[in-house]
Design a binder for this molecule. Structure first.
Ligand code: GLN
Length: 303
């Protein structure tokens, strides 16, 4: 396994040249595009990792999974899915398009920005800080790493430049779907800036692979909530490339624009990948190729 991971990192790292780091969040624009790291952990606690697996990065869209799980624990399925749908969009993650043409302003799913902003508005807590702390707490529990916290520079950088997300949020407010734009976005930007490495992601993936039970055996997510999160990873986790990824890799995965991908094989392993050069759809170009190759070589597809 160790040799395989090292060979995969060496093989796929050069593809970074075909991608580009996210630039619309200035603080992410400075990331080194050539980094590539991977970590894998199984239920026995055996861990293998290669490349830049200790490099830290922000969750970005991977946090949409965390927010969804906390909101489901707060309100249950019925309330959440009355506000946000369950269908893939086929559009880019920050698209406004379907919101306006639909008969009601109900974002199609919680893995696109519009849907995630609605989900963030539903997280319970006395203050923004309190609501974000609850998400950080879940990430720490899943990864069994109490040190996990926010990257404040990335948070501030996104908050200052997020015109598109503001447009989405004002549209949602205009339709009566959310109340307070700045407060909701503040929750959303902070959750996006939770900072992890590949090992954290791998352990989080293992927790989902075990239906909400951590490596050390603690239940931190109810089974039905974990199942729902994994289903969204398959149908919507890689934005509008989810279909292709399901065919080529066949494992639940969720990506973020910082270059991270949280992936898993049910009952068998959690996988964390980081490669900040992105393809045109906003997924890590090297990370996707590494995962597809890894899945084929190991026969991991769930289908
Ligand atoms: N914070 C990012 C945004 O809202 C997350 C998007 C992503 O990772 N795809 O634009």
């Amino acid at each position: 396994m160790q040799n395989l991971l090292e060979a995969l990192v060496a093989k796929h790292r050069p593809a970074a040249r075909e991608g580009k780091v996210a630039e619309y969040i200035p603080e992410l624009a400075g990331q080194n595009p050539d980094l590539l790291g991977v970590a894998v952990v199984n239920p026995q606690g055996e861990m293998h990792a290669a490349g830049a697996y200790r490099h830290r990065f922000t969750l970005q869209s991977i946090s949409k999974l965390i927010a969804l799980m906390v909101a489901l624990m707060d309100h249950g399925e019925e309330v959440i899915f009355s506000k946000v749908g369950m269908e893939p969009t086929g559009d880019p993650f920050h698209s406004l398009y379907k919101l306006e043409i639909a008969s009601e302003a109900k974002p199609l799913n919680p893995m696109i920005n519009a849907g995630a902003i609605v989900v963030s508005s539903l997280i319970r807590g006395k203050s923004v800080d309190d609501r974000v702390k609850r998400m950080i707490h879940l990430v720490r529990e899943m990864a069994e790493n109490p040190e996990i916290d926010l990257d404040r520079a990335v948070y501030r950088s996104e908050r200052e430049t997020a015109d598109r997300n503001r447009a989405l949020a004002y549209f949602l407010k205009g339709c009566g779907v959310i109340d307070d734009v700045e407060e909701t976005l503040d929750v959303y930007f902070r959750q996006c800036s939770i900072c992890v490495d590949c090992l954290d992601l791998a352990r989080m993936g293992l927790c989902l692979a075990q239906n909400g039970v951590t490596l050390e055996g603690k239940r931190v997510i109810p089974e039905d909530v974990a199942r729902l999160a994994k289903t969204f990873m398959v149908t919507c986790g890689m934005y509008n490339a989810s279909g292709e990824f399901a065919i080529r890799a066949g494992i639940p995965a969720k990506s973020g624009v910082s270059g991270g991908i949280l992936a898993l094989v049910p009952g068998r392993m959690g996988i964390g990948v980081f490669g900040p050069a992105l393809d045109k759809k906003g997924n890590s170009i090297t990370g996707v190729r590494l995962l597809e190759d890894f899945s084929k070589k190991m026969g991991l597809s769930i289908f």
